[in-house]
Design a protein around this ligand. Sequence first.
Ligand code: SF4
Length: 893
Amino acid sequence: MGARPAAEIDAWLRGGGLVVTASDRAARALESGFHAARRSEGLTAWPAPQIQDWKSFVRAAWEERGKADGRLLLNPAQERSLWAEIAARGEHLATLLEGPRHRLAGLAMEAHELLCAYAPQFPRDAARSAWQQDAAAFSGWLAAFDQACRAGNLLSPARLPLEAIQLLESDRLERPPLLLAGFDRILPVQREVFDAWGAWQEAPIGEPAARILSHEAPDAQAELAACALWCRGQLAANPRARLLVVSQDASTRRGEIERAFLKHTGAGPLFEFSLGIPLNQVALPKAAHLLLRWLSGPLAEQELDWLLSTGQAAASAEETAELQESMRALRRRGQEQPRWTLAEFAGQGPEERLPAAWVSRMSEAQRRLAEFARRPQSPLDWAELVPHLLETAGWPGERALSSAEFQAERRWRQAVETAGSLGFDGRRIQWQEFLPALARTLDETLFAPESHDAPIQIAGPAESAGLSADAVWFLGANEETWPASGPTHPLLPLEVQKQAGMPHATPQLDWDLAHAITTRLIAAAQAEVHFSFARQTGIAEARPSRLIKQMAGAPQPLGPERTAAASPAALTVQVEDWSRIAFPPGKVRGGASVLTAQSQCPFKAFATARLAAQDWEPAEAGLTASQRGKLLHAVLHAVWGGGPEGIRTQKELLQIPEARRAFVAGHVRRIFAEEISAGVRRRMPRRYLELEEQRLTGLVTEWLDYEAIRIEFEVAATEVDHTVTIGGLTLDLRLDRIDRLNDGSLLVIDYKSGDVSPKAWDLPRPDDVQLPLYAGFALDPEEMLGGLVFAKVRAGEMTFAGRVGDAKATLLANLNAGKELVKKALTAEQLIGWREGIEQLARDFVAGRAEVDPREYPKTCERCGLQTLCRIQENQAQLEGEDDSEGEEAGDA
Ligand code: SF4
């Protein structure tokens, strides 16, 4: 808002006049500007200004004159539930399920509001008699809605202006003139209300800003950076400056905008968004809702992880630590599951160390709920129960809440009350119906912590109405998005929407509204107004908005002062820390995987073996790949484990050609009985486990058929444990299997069901050292090594892959000469190379070598899962930056 309109509004208010604004945000902005002006005049007390936003103004006009009729003014949740009930009466497929029914109710509510605001003649039934198809269905719902409101003595807020018009027209009293501020367009019903009120006028828009500039950025990131850098420059020149950043889709781009402003303007308090975020995305209310859900049903694993890891489920930090530890312990034992009921989580068994006080509180809350939930209750009763349940469960804990948390908690209580208000029609509902109603309320309630009056305000084009600043920057001014277009309403006839001038009914309407907003923004600042657009959006090339071109001129490329440096100046001083913390001589858990990790990335070995870091695989509904792998190993161990149930030699295998499948099935059945825990059995359907048994039986039978064609062999050992010490590091190893071949040499075998290749052993940095390590350090030095192979147990692809001294003579006679097993035989040099390489890896680990240095970026990292700990993305960006600058320097030379 320019100086002249601001002064005019200020004078109007000082004279005791009433100002009506388009939104409550604009009303708050005017009010704070008024008080700031009085303070700057040195006053210590002054009369409160008369400022009302449109909704409060209409409500006050209605309440003063008509509230005596005793009707209940519905809140949005109540109105939506009424529409949902009416929609459900049609028994259409789309309304049978709760989600679609409520979405349809939301659409019907919107259509009703549009009619009331733009075409007030249509709420009358007769006016809609010619409506067809979906519009006709909506017309029927509207008639039913009117009937329900009459019968229940209810009133929709959308009807308030229509009621207010009648009341104002029948009340002939003199009323003070109105000054309107921040209206980009005055809707037909608003005009009628103001006319019925008496004299009114709009505050002038004011003069355009002194400088109006239009910019073109190469992409959205550069555009945001330019805007943030401009803000930083403005505040550096004048720390008291007020800046307004207007962005299309400000709510969906929130994260992106936040990151850019934090990066380029520095501290967070410099900016704030005028739009809030849904309450179900705010930690405290989200946790409360999850806890309530958990009292009567399961939570998904990721919901439970979030609840436990954020400390929102516990009363104290100690409880949080214990709960997190028990979750980790469950994972270590392979007992993760996709969904957890409270009873399952609390009843994990004696080894589980859940905090006793927590278990007792949660059980008590669950008991109270179960008692209350024996019969349907009024939503009001459920809403009253909620705080008691949460208090019993220990929410929100003992710690002092921050100011923002305190506000969020207050908003949560209001949301619970709103859900409770659904009892306005005397209905009784089950707890399982109350919870979704509460979830919808949380979803529809926006929360923004109290404004700190930050110097940079970020708003959407419509929300910026009534806001003023010293300078304005408008982001996203491209042809696609400005004027903003959108779909017409699906429940209203197109002709009605066009005639009434409803949003998006014609391109001209969109243009006119965008023109009005742009004109207002150009006059919202005295000093300067900037428009910008990104040439590249996703994979498409964008063009500048025609409207902005007309009003602000053709966009110009960003100058160097508005272009972020490739590597922004670091906020911290970088120190290369080459110090190492040696591993105390002794044993390390993890076996061969420790040295594999050391080879893949020293930091990975340090983090997993010394810090016990783990990646977090989501639990699966069925058996996980790791569980399947363990079962396969156990069955093959049983098969080749020797008598009385198992066999030991190829001769024995050949003696059971016909009954091979039955032989395997017996082992699989026994292993499933022994290895599948009661918990897993409980949550997986029996039929599924039977199918898994059959699948494994088929797989192992196919493998034995493959082994039957081998050159004669004997199994020397399976699942054999060895402890070895290499370079001062002691490791416990377990070998899947060792065969004695026909020449007396030993073949080291590792079962794999995945895609593996001996290339993984290639020096100087092997991707896997497991078999070379067994072969080099775990065998009796007196024995001769015949080879080391992966046994690839994969349906339809049974094979050996590895290095063998003479594969055709000792392993498979039918191998052709082109096969890798034949072409690339095991050599003494390879064994020596692996031995030296592995000793070096062990020495590096013991010395504390822990650089973030992946063997092959990004491939190695994709399988790792420790990115949040090693921050490889940041390091890599920096390394790439250094590489580039080295390249440039080399080019310069
Ligand atoms: S993600 Fe990559 S860099 Fe990070 S620890 Fe794993 S392998 Fe190393």
